[in-house]
Design a protein around this ligand. Structure first.
Ligand code: ATP
Length: 365
């Protein structure tokens, strides 16, 4: 096992495209780190540079104590687990796991191979399936065989590139738990690429959020949710996404599209002397005031509004509430943060209410 350190890593593709723009990230020994971001943000490129499938244009990559920029993939001792697990259908589970050892011809005796495979199979709870073929395994078991291949090689780290993206939602959920359980048990340094924020939030010790080839924030899942450093991270983490709306400052009042909020000292400090700000409120931080006890209601700010559409999802009720922003305010806002690109400023508020809420389409609530 080993730590992986990236220092100012850059990837410029031969056509000149800058896919990774100076990323620095220290992954600790035994840590589970997720690289997450929208399509094209450079996360696969970064992973492929770590494993050695892609040249590093600039910067320094260390695995353990060694700089490995120019080392061949096989000398980095990393194990990549691919999306389709890349198992050999005609080989048994035993032979699939033994495969990397047999590749290193003559290095291991038959007894050593058996011992290593059996030890890995035990760790992965595959010992009863060693003589089966991949076709006769569940998705979860196949995933474990792929991890078994990584384990027998005593790899420095596991690297996963969107391993679950081809699976249906139910299996994806099961496999996610499986990977988390195995990683905790093995304690192997793991880097996991995904564009799925549920995977990012549930699997990682820390999550590195990328956008347009740049690292936006590295933090624990809770850290990202509670203290996003910019609008991109705030909007990317959370489902449904955070509502962004304009806020106009008038004296001691923050004027939102629905309600005026008094500005306390803490808020004042954050606002400074700005006149227009972007306000982000997560859908789950709204409540149906009709359901709240008086004491609770007085803790927040209440407003009446017309609900356009509601969606009932069992545990939650989403209510969509349209609002208008003048072109002038919207323009000012777009300039405030390039991450919004004019699109993030939504024209409706989404609120996630308790399923007990009786609010329905067209209601005033
Ligand atoms: P996805 O989730 O869609 O796989 P990603 O975040 O993993 O996206 P990368 O595959 O790392 O993204 O690609 C990052 C950027 O680099 C993209 O804009 C992509 O088009 C570009 N890119 C990838 N490979 C090459 C290449 N060989 N030459 C030029 N540009 C490339």
């Amino acid at each position: 096992m080993a730590a992986i350190n990236l220092k100012d890593i850059v990837k410029r593709y031969p056509d000149g495209f800058l896919a990774v723009k100076g990323v620095s990230l220290d992954i600790r020994d035994g840590e589970f780190v997720i690289l997450v971001g929208p399509s094209g943000c450079g996360k696969s490129t970064l992973l492929r540079m770590i494993v050695g499938l892609e040249d590093i244009s600039d910067g320094e990559l260390r695995i353990g104590d060694a700089v490995v920029n120019d080392k061949a993939p096989r000398d980095r001792h990393l194990a990549m687990v691919f999306q389709n697990y890349a198992l050999y259908p005609h080989l048994t589970v035993f032979e699939n796991i033994a495969f990397p050892l047999r590749l290193q011809r003559g290095q291991f005796s038959e007894d050593e191979i058996t011992a290593k495979v059996e030890r890995a199979a035990k760790t992965l709870e595959l010992q009863d399936h060693l003589q089966r073929k991949p076709a006769n395994l569940s998705g979860g078991q196949r995933q474990r065989v792929a991890m078994g291949r990584a384990i027998v090689r005593d790899a420095n780290a596991f690297l996963f590139d969107e391993p679950l993206s081809n699976l249906d939602a139910k299996l994806r959920g099961q496999m996610r738990t499986e990977i988390a359980r195995m990683q905790r048990r093995l304690g192997t340094t793991t880097v996991y690429v995904t564009h799925d924020q549920t995977e990012a939030m549930t699997l990682g010790d820390r999550v590195a959020v990328l956008s347009k080839g740049e690292l936006q924030q590295v933090a624990s899942p809770r850290g990202l949710y509670e203290q996003p450093v910019n609008l991109f991270v705030a909007g990317f983490i959370g489902s449904p996404p955070m509502n962004f709306m304009p806020g106009e400052i008038e004296g001691d009042v923050l004027r939102l599209p629905f309600v005026d909020v008094p500005i306390d000292a803490r808020l004042r400090e954050r606002i400074g002397d700005r006149k227009i700000v972007i306000v982000g409120i997560r859908p789950e931080h709204f409540s149906d005031a009709g359901l709240l006890e008086d004491s609770k209601r007085s803790e927040g700010v209440s407003f009446d509004t017309e609900v356009d559409v509601t969606e009932w999802l069992g545990a939650d009720l989403y209510a969509y509430i349209p609002f208008e922003t003048s072109a002038e305010v919207a323009g000012t806002l777009a300039e405030l943060d390039r991450d919004l690109d004019g699109e993030g400023m939504r024209t409706q508020l989404v609120v996630a209410l308790d399923d007990e809420s009786r609010i329905r389409d067209g209601d005033t609530a």
